[in-house]
Design a protein around this ligand. Structure first.
Ligand code: IPD
Ligand code: CA
Ligand code: CA
Length: 265
């Protein structure tokens, strides 16, 4: 295993421990509002600090881009961190959230960890070496027909201005698929595409820390991620379609015509 992946795993597991330990007193947590429907608790901050400390001990010269503390340092290697993806779930006691950590070298994700501390599921990938869930190799689904597909998505609950275009995409695709899930953690949605638990996923308005780790997991599991015109701007824009290659193309065909140009890339 690559030493950087090893550090990412160590960091994700200790953040996961912080999250799970805090469950006993979740109703007494201090919660701050960052924006509309966008909350942060001490648990997000503590978990993030733990991750950053673990990384900085091993790689003091690397930069960090983390959701709660922003960009720290300048380097070709940036650790992109979401300490708790699925905060709304966490705060409501809905058991579905994770820690997401990616190592990005010159703009390309090289190592990924997504850790679900409740199920003790560790999703990992290193570029060129495949993706794993715990010790098992991951592959995306083989399903070819959108009508048989189970998709995941995210609602634009932080961005009311995206509701109308989002609902247009939902209306277009819903009648064409087996069903759609809204889990509430973008990183787990992506991990589930890689693990073959859903055939595809789309969302608009994400951040780099929601996406980075999951993008490599999917690629290494034989799937594809793109923006809504099949291009590569999704990491920058946060507008993403992911899936196995056949389903992802059908999703693009179905969704793209319903999005404004601004949200397509
Ligand atoms: C959110 C979750 C959610 C997605 C939002 C994200 P957070 O991240 O991933 O599923 O729909 O766009 O912001 O705030 O829980 O880390
Ligand atoms: Ca997130
Ligand atoms: Ca978060």
């Amino acid at each position: 295993m690559h030493p950087m992946l090893n550090i990412a795993i160590r960091a994700a597991r200790s953040a996961g421990n912080i999250i799970v330990r805090s469950l006993q007193h979740v109703e007494h947590l201090e919660i701050t509002t960052k924006g509309r429907n966008d909350f942060v608790s001490d648990v997000d901050r503590l978990a993030e600090q733990e991750i950053i400390n673990t990384i900085k001990k091993a790689y003091p010269e690397h930069a960090v881009l983390a959701e709660e503390s922003g960009q720290n340092g300048e380097s070709d290697t940036v650790w992109v961190i979401d300490p708790l993806d699925g905060t709304t779930n966490f705060l409501h006691g809905f058991p579905h959230y994770c820690v997401s950590i990616a190592v990005v070298f010159k703009g390309k994700v090289e190592h990924s960890v997504i850790y679900d501390p409740l199920r003790d599921e560790l999703f990992t990938a290193t570029r060129g070496s495949g993706a794993k869930l715990n010790d098992r190799r991951l592959r995306v689904t083989k399903r070819k027909e959108l009508k048989e597909g189970l998709l995941a998505t995210g609602f634009p609950f932080k961005y009311p201005e995206h509701l109308t275009p989002y609902l247009a995409t939902f209306n277009a695709i819903f009648p064409q698929v087996a069903d759609i899930r809204r889990g509430g953690s973008a990183a787990l949605d992506l991990a589930y595409v890689a693990a073959g638990r859903v055939d595809g996923y789309w969302e608009i308005g994400l951040q780099k820390w929601d996406l980075a780790a999951g993008m490599l997991l999917i690629e290494e599991a034989g799937g594809i991620t793109s923006d809504f015109v099949g291009g590569n701007n999704h990491y920058e824009s946060g507008n993403i379609v992911a899936g196995n290659i056949a389903i992802q193309q059908q999703m693009l065909d179905s969704i793209s015509p319903h999005l404004t140009d601004e949200l397509k890339r």
